[in-house]
Design a protein around this ligand. Structure first.
Ligand code: 13P
Ligand code: ZN
Length: 270
């Protein structure tokens, strides 16, 4: 059996978490990631029949039964993950229709998966239903996106149009736009269900006055989505209080669609 500390999924997870922390997106224990892994990849590093302990989830997700996830622990600081991955991360298998998680590795100090586990698992199920290649759900607290939810209309179309107008290439990176949820109580099944519903039509879901959720086929794609939206929000926060002299017009955004072979969300461009 190979050493799990050398597993590409673990190395890549630690690098991404450290990078997110260095971007200032994950103060204290802010943020969480879950990565859907193939059983064959896990079995190279772990005996998949050796269950360390069972952790009840408090919800159902039948579509994820038997699936493996590498996931961040609740209350764990992103800045510390690189120094002790085994305490801060866990590798689990979802069983009993989603009601239980079998811990196979990690959470060595007795911890458990993120408090946002319902939003992660329900989002995985929702993304897989529209994109079977989806593997990652990522949550963090980027300052400019968060700031924008205090001063901008929270209508998803209006919010997206502003982001598209802030950087020319935004429409290429997230042509489906971002969906915006109003403030809701975090860590609950309710916000999980609402997030999952929004995840059916976009890979980015903003939690007003809290942060953002991203989804994608790998860590790079998901990180890049959040990075691009956050850059656009940063431009917005730099200019929102100044007289607007120029912008990117809808005609120009249509030219971007043609040049890059992407289609903006139906009805979101004039
Ligand atoms: P956890 O420490 O439980 O992952 O919570 C962090 C967070 O960002 C909650 O929204
Ligand atoms: Zn959060």
């Amino acid at each position: 059996m190979k050493d799990i500390m050398n597993a590409p999924f673990l190395v890549e997870m630690v690098r991404t978490i450290t990078n997110m922390y260095n971007h200032g997106w994950d103060e204290r224990n802010g943020g969480n990631i879950s990565w859907l892994l193939d059983e064959a990849d896990v079995a190279r590093y772990l005996d998949v029949n050796a269950v360390t302990r069972d952790i009840p989830t408090g919800f159902e997700a039948p579509a994820l039964d038997g699936k493996y996830f590498l996931v961040t622990g609740t209350g764990k600081y992103f800045k510390n993950v690189q120094y002790d991955p085994a305490d801060n991360l866990g590798l689990i298998r979802v069983t009993d229709g989603g009601k239980n998680a079998q811990l196979l590795w990690g959470f060595t100090g007795g911890g458990k998966f993120t408090s946002e586990f319902p939003a992660h698992m329900m989002s995985h199920a929702a993304r897989l239903s529209v994109d079977p290649a989806n593997r990652i759900v990522m949550h963090c607290h980027p300052a400019n996106l968060l700031a924008m939810t205090y001063v901008h209309d929270l209508d998803s179309r209006a919010f997206t149009r502003t982001l598209w107008q802030m950087c020319t290439e935004c429409i290429v990176v997230f042509p489906e736009g971002v969906n915006v949820l109003p403030w809701m109580l975090c860590g609950t099944n309710e916000i999980g269900e609402a997030t999952a519903e929004e995840m059916k039509t976009a890979r980015l879901v903003v939690w007003s006055q809290h942060g953002i959720y991203g989804a994608g086929k790998d860590l790079d794609e998901t990180f890049g989505l959040i990075e691009t939206a956050e850059k656009a929000a940063e431009i917005y926060m730099k200019i929102a209080h100044l007289p607007l002299v120029n912008t990117i017009t809808d005609a120009q955004l249509h030219r971007m669609e043609e040049r890059f072979g992407v289609k903006a969300r139906e009805g979101w461009l004039d």
